[in-house]
Ligand binder design. Structure first.
Ligand SMILES: [Zn+2]
Length: 185
């Protein structure tokens, strides 16, 4: 599995994963996780590897990947936030983007159950996210709509490389280091 050229992901159209066929996508998702981890990304959407379905993988607690199927999100309040985002499809580039700060996400994720034999079922998740996960979730779901950072963002020129935070200033604490951290999906 390899990343496809960025222009093959821009303005792409993705179909929902059919619920009765999701098992056929699990192997793909696992390969996406391996690729994302190998590239040091925090998320990877199916169209980035030339598969046009509504599915992405992302890191939810700094180490564990989650498979997200047929996701939707809704703004949770009116707050917007400016972010600087990188993307595995645009190596070496960073983009300014305005995102919703808080979101409510609805999606499906595979879950192992015993009934009595081991079976993978899809579990529906409704969850509220705050930065940085809310930003990464939007970044990935925008991929599924063909709205990559290059389509909706503003390319950061070299003279603007100043380590601008996507974390809010009022959240200063010992995690300040995160302020210099950029999203790389
Ligand atoms: Zn991306």
């Amino acid at each position: 599995m390899e990343l496809v050229e960025a222009d093959m992901t821009e303005e792409c159209v993705c179909e929902d994963v059919p619920f009765d066929e999701f098992q056929g996508y699990l192997e793909t998702a696992q390969e996406m996780i391996k690729l994302c981890a190998a590239k040091g990304g925090r998320g990877l959407a199916a169209p980035q590897v030339g598969i046009y379905v509504n599915m992405f993988v992302w890191i939810i607690n700094n180490k564990d990947f989650q498979i997200v199927i047929n996701p939707k999100f809704y703004p949770n309040g009116k707050k917007k936030t400016k972010t600087i985002e990188g993307c595995l499809s645009y190596p070496g580039q960073e983009y300014y983007i305005e995102r919703c700060k808080y979101i409510r996400a609805v999606f499906y994720t595979p879950s192992l159950v015993y009934m009595p034999s081991e079976t993978v079922v899809l579990r529906k998740i409704t969850k509220e996210f705050r930065p940085p996960l809310s930003i990464i979730f939007q970044h990935e779901i925008y991929h599924l709509r063909g709205k990559t950072v290059a389509v909706v963002g503003e390319l950061l020129s070299d003279d603007k490389h100043v380590g601008v935070a996507f974390k809010e200033p009022e959240e200063k604490n010992e995690e300040n280091k995160l302020e210099k951290e950029r999203i790389k999906d």
